[in-house]
Design a protein around this ligand. Structure first.
Ligand SMILES: [Cu+2]
Length: 244
């Protein structure tokens, strides 16, 4: 039922519609043949053609079908439910504790990839998430924001412990070695590339800017876009918490 709802917009218009069209063509064709045969044997007949009745019934059924689709949860963010990537991660948090996605089961999780020396995107994303947390009120206790560094060479555990909770005491920084971070970013289809600076340690990192939202069952559900209105983020997270 739930799954059907999620896939409704994507699937029902394509699959169900084609089923209806096929049904209509098959049944309508046969009915039309029967009608032609009936008219041939009884030329005075003024009954509504059976093919027409079938067509009307199909149109009513189709409009009901689409009305049903529109009642499904409408997220403000991009619904990516059911994708075969972004299954999870194995990283270390800013207190040194090993962490996987399963540790946060029962909470909606927002995962973001970035780096602490980022001049714009990362601090804005974290402060926007903090605004969303404020709007969530008591529900904020059931949301976990995770900041995974793409720059483990400079973003040490202690630096993450200083930086990430500044935005919100509940936010958690995550790190791994270079290979682990590359594999984790790849699992989430996040992109990043080092841009050399004036000195070997003053590089910047260009990176993709979306955040990933999981429902309390740990399923990847939404891609949150950079610069999203905190009210929209809070509304989407509330829906995930409500089991939508
Ligand atoms: Cu950034």
């Amino acid at each position: 039922m739930f799954k059907a709802g999620i896939e409704c917009l994507a699937a029902c218009r394509a699959v169900e519609y084609s089923r209806f069209v096929k049904f209509d063509a098959d049944q309508g064709g046969r009915a039309a043949l029967r009608y032609n045969a009936a008219v041939a044997t009884n030329p005075g007949s003024s009954a509504t053609p059976p093919a027409m009745k079938l067509l009307l019934a199909s149109l009513i059924a189709l409009s009901l079908l689409f009305a049903g689709c529109e009642k499904q949860p409408a997220f403000k963010s991009t619904d990516i439910s059911g994708v075969d990537w972004g299954k999870g991660f194995t990283l270390t948090d800013h207190t040194g504790k090993p962490r996987t996605l399963a540790d946060y089961k029962g909470k909606a999780v927002v995962l973001f990839f970035g780096y602490t020396q980022c001049p714009d995107v990362c601090p804005l994303t974290l402060s926007t998430m903090n605004e969303a947390m404020k709007l969530l009120g008591a529900d904020a206790a059931r949301v976990q924001v995770l900041f995974a560094t793409l720059d483990p060479a400079r973003d040490t555990q202690s630096l993450l412990a200083l930086y990430v909770p500044q935005f919100n005491p509940s936010f958690v920084g995550l790190y791994g070695d270079d290979a682990t971070m590359a594999a984790t970013a790849k699992e989430f289809r996040a992109f990043y590339t080092k841009v050399p600076g004036a000195t070997p340690t003053s590089y910047t990192i260009d990176h993709s800017t979306g955040s990933y939202a999981f429902d309390p069952q740990g399923r990847l559900r939404l891609l949150l876009k950079h610069g999203e209105d905190p009210a929209n983020l809070a509304a989407d997270l509330k829906q995930l918490l409500a089991g939508k």
